[in-house]
Design a protein around this ligand. Structure first.
Ligand SMILES: NC(=O)C1=CN([C@@H]2O[C@H](COP(=O)(O)OP(=O)(O)OC[C@H]3O[C@@H](n4cnc5c(N)ncnc54)[C@H](O)[C@@H]3O)[C@@H](O)[C@H]2O)C=CC1
Ligand SMILES: O=C([O-])CC(=O)C(=O)O
Length: 354
């Protein structure tokens, strides 16, 4: 899949005479030639998140091919972004079944920010009726055209849209739990920024695990596991992390929810996955995945720190030691999370679509 891995394999199997040539190629190839075969697809590429996310992916030298699909405006965004002077190719696709399958064929990573965003007064769950069928149908297209790709779900409610994708893949016999991710990176990004504002630190040095799900009380920051354990008692900060999305929805006053910070968070998660796919060890990101951690409580999906690798999920790390404040948050998370997951599963059972 990736050029460097291919060259390395050839170097191993080459004759003693040819091996030095392959090894020299490995040593001398620049970063782009190392990774030239990574195709990334964005579904919903012309939206508030899709556009800046596509821009950031175009700037990423690990991406060699960028496929942009939307029900409207994909080719226009692609034409614009394609003029940026980085090596990757950019193609926009029309909203036809063949356009969608061509956008997905051969993809290594598919990011899905397609669907409607919140308006003030709405919860993420209020988006379910519209976004569930959008995600179901896009998941079907992925299951048919790129069943082995890593699927990164951004569309809300993430706690339900990820199980929807899983059910669609299962129904087609191609479900690989190691390759399905709910993107919760924005919660981690917010936690580190908000904590750094209080502690007057560089947010780049803050690494705050956030576990659970991606909505309100299901978002559980674990400050006790950082160098500022006292922050777990800061109820205002914890609330700000849990309801950071609402802060943006309110400020945008009907014009949508977080788009720019989300694009950064989505691009960061995709970059982590690319680094791990290309052999970097120890790449860890919290993400919402099919997880063994709370299956005994009937919770099939859970966000915790996950080590990424060439096959997607390499290792799901335990929640670890938490303090009494955080235990209360985790207890409060479980009820909503379970209901959100079950709602997604039930939706596909009752509405399998075409
Ligand atoms: N996971 C997270 O942390 C976050 C998730 N979100 C969610 O991301 C989603 C998108 O948000 P925005 O970009 O602000 O919305 P937007 O309305 O600006 O963009 C959505 C795009 O999806 C497209 N679309 C709709 N149906 C489609 C389909 N069937 N196939 C392809 N494209 C389709 C639309 O044409 C539009 O361009 C929302 O559900 C929002 O709640 C937003 C912020 C953070
Ligand atoms: O709040 C929203 O609806 C969008 C979102 O998921 C976030 O900003 O975390």
């Amino acid at each position: 899949m990736f050029a460097a891995a291919r060259i390395q394999r050839r170097a191993f199997s080459a004759s003693a005479r040819d091996r030095p040539a392959y090894q020299a190629r490995l040593l001398t190839c620049d970063l782009f030639s190392l990774v030239q075969l990574s195709k990334v697809t964005v579904l919903g590429a012309a939206g508030g998140i899709g556009q800046p996310l596509s821009l950031l992916l175009k700037l990423n030298p690990r991406v060699s091919e960028l496929a942009l699909y939307d029900i409207r405006g994909g080719p226009g965004v692609a034409a614009d972004i394609s003029h940026i002077n980085t090596k990757s190719t950019v193609t926009g696709y029309d909203p036809t079944p063949t356009g969608l399958s061509a956008a997905l064929k051969g993809s290594d990573i598919v990011l899905i920010p397609a669907g409607v965003p919140r308006k003030p007064g709405m919860t993420r769950d209020d988006l379910f009726n519209t976004n569930a069928s959008i995600v179901r149908d896009l998941a079907k297209a992925c299951a048919e055209s790129c069943p082995e790709a890593n699927i990164l779900v951004i569309s809300n409610p993430v706690n339900s849209t990820v199980p929807i994708c899983a059910e669609v893949f299962k129904a087609r016999g191609v479900y690989n739990p190691k390759r399905l991710f709910g993107v919760t990176t924005l919660d981690v990004v917010r936690a580190s920024r908000f904590a750094s504002q209080i502690k007057k630190t560089d947010p780049a040095d803050e690494n705050i695990p956030v576990v659970g799900g991606h909505s309100g009380v299901t978002i559980v920051p674990l400050f006790s596991q950082t160098s500022h354990p006292d922050l777990s008692a800061d109820a205002e900060l914890v609330h700000r992390v849990q309801f950071g999305g609402d802060e943006v929805v309110k400020a945008k006053d009907g014009a949508g929810s977080a788009t720019l910070s989300m694009a950064m968070a989505g691009a960061r998660f995709a970059e982590s996955l690319l680094r791990a796919s290309q052999g970097e060890k120890g790449v860890v990101e919290p993400t919402f995945v099919d997880s063994p951690l709370y299956k005994d409580q009937g919770i099939e999906f859970f966000s915790s720190k996950v080590e990424l690798g060439p096959n997607g999920v390499e290792k799901i790390l335990p929640v670890g030691k938490i303090d009494a404040n955080e235990q209360k948050l985790l207890d409060a998370c479980m009820g909503d999370l379970k209901k959100n997951i079950e709602k997604g599963v039930a939706f596909v059972a009752q509405n399998p679509g075409k």
